[in-house]
Design a protein around this ligand. Structure first.
Ligand code: NAD
Ligand code: LMR
Length: 315
């Protein structure tokens, strides 16, 4: 087995800690490098006592970013501020764009071949930011950059199966587009028949599931535990395909794509191969209601993507 170093940037945060815990349990991981601007020595010491193969290392502060990233096979980024009630994900742009950009410069410099999984919001903009930084350093490989939208699929599966009391294990709903409000397009026609009202209510809940958690946490942040679960599912799928060489591994993820002409990044079903993205599946056939969702998604998504590109190009 190859040496597989997984770096987590933002590892001491609400997502970072449970995500680090879950990644520590993956036997394919040789080293887990935990980077944050605070608290990583404690988190790393704690996780290092777990008797799974991954060696845990902790790095604190920007002076230690190079060491954290050097030689990484995969970098997962949940660094940045979360929403408070009343905010949109785009309201996080001003703070998180700069954080993600500086981490991307670190990746371009210290582990340019790494698989990169972006969790930090707004994902619709932070993924293009990372791509532009990598392009500036001539190291952009579109097969290796992913916006993690898995929480939308996890939510869709949970809400859909809950509504009809069917097994959640066998439910797998595609969610395409982006990761915020109207850009989240669940394809519920792929599941057993629901009434029009049920479909509309479920769609609304999937699109605004993040707000449900933000409201319930009442100022203390957004989804962390469910996101850690979703992030680990995504990262583990990618490691299954690239390290364990499993075939046919698929996830919906926000990648550089040409499935929608004129939209540079789009989430749809992606099959992973040894280098990351292997095949991007076209959009499944949409019913009339899904077409209206798709039409609402596109202009907002294009604006979000352009905002990320401009942030780097106009700096
Ligand atoms: P948090 O505040 O609990 O943790 C964020 C961590 O990032 C903190 O530990 C902080 O110290 C760290 N950090 C800040 N600047 C950093 C830098 N320059 N380098 C490294 N680390 C840095 O927040 P959280 O709840 O874990 O959420 C993190 C991000 O994930 C937010 O932007 C949130 O909106 C996003 N999120 C995305 C999804 C998704 O589906 N993609 C789901 C939930 C949350
Ligand atoms: C989510 O979907 O839970 C995340 O994007 C966090 C948020 O701000 O809602």
């Amino acid at each position: 087995m190859p040496y597989v170093k997984v770096a987590i940037c933002g590892a001491a945060g609400g997502i970072g800690q449970p995500l680090s815990l879950l990644m520590k349990t993956n036997p394919l991981v040789t080293e887990l490098a935990l980077f944050d601007i605070v608290n990583t020595p404690g988190v790393a010491a704690d996780l290092s006592h777990i008797n799974t193969p991954a060696k845990v290392t902790g790095y604190k502060g920007n002076d230690e970013l190079a060491q954290a990233l050097a030689g990484s096979y995969m970098v997962i980024i949940p660094a940045g501020v979360p929403r408070k009630p009343g905010m949109t994900r785009d309201d996080l742009f001003n703070i998180n764009a700069g954080i993600v950009k500086s981490l991307a410069v670190g990746i371009a410099t210290h582990c340019p071949k790494a698989l990169i999984c972006i969790i930090s919001n707004p994902v619709n903009s932070t993924v293009p930011i990372v791509a532009e930084v990598l392009k500036q350093h001539n190291v952009f490989d579109p097969r290796k950059l992913f916006g993690v939208t898995t929480l939308d699929i996890v939510r869709a599966n949970t809400f859909i199966s809950g509504a009809k009391n069917v097994s959640v294990q066998g439910t797998e709903v595609p969610v395409i587009g982006g990761h915020s409000g109207v850009t989240i397009v669940p394809i519920l026609s792929a599941t057993p028949s629901y009434s029009e009202e049920e479909v509309k209510a479920l769609t609304q809940r999937i699109q605004y599931g993040g707000d449900e958690v933000v409201k319930a946490k009442d100022g203390a942040g957004s989804a962390t535990l469910s996101m850690a679960f979703a992030g680990a599912r995504f990262a583990n799928s990618l490691l299954d395909a690239t390290v364990a060489k499993k075939s046919g591994v698929k996830e919906c993820t926000f990648v550089k794509s040409d499935v929608v002409p004129g939209v540079e990044y789009f989430s749809s079903v992606v099959e992973f191969g040894p280098e990351g993205v292997h095949k991007i599946f076209p959009i499944p056939s949409l019913n009339a209601y899904e077409k209206t969702l798709f039409d609402a998604c596109i202009p907002e998504l294009k604006t979000n993507i352009q905002k990320g590109i401009d942030f780097v190009k106009n700096a």
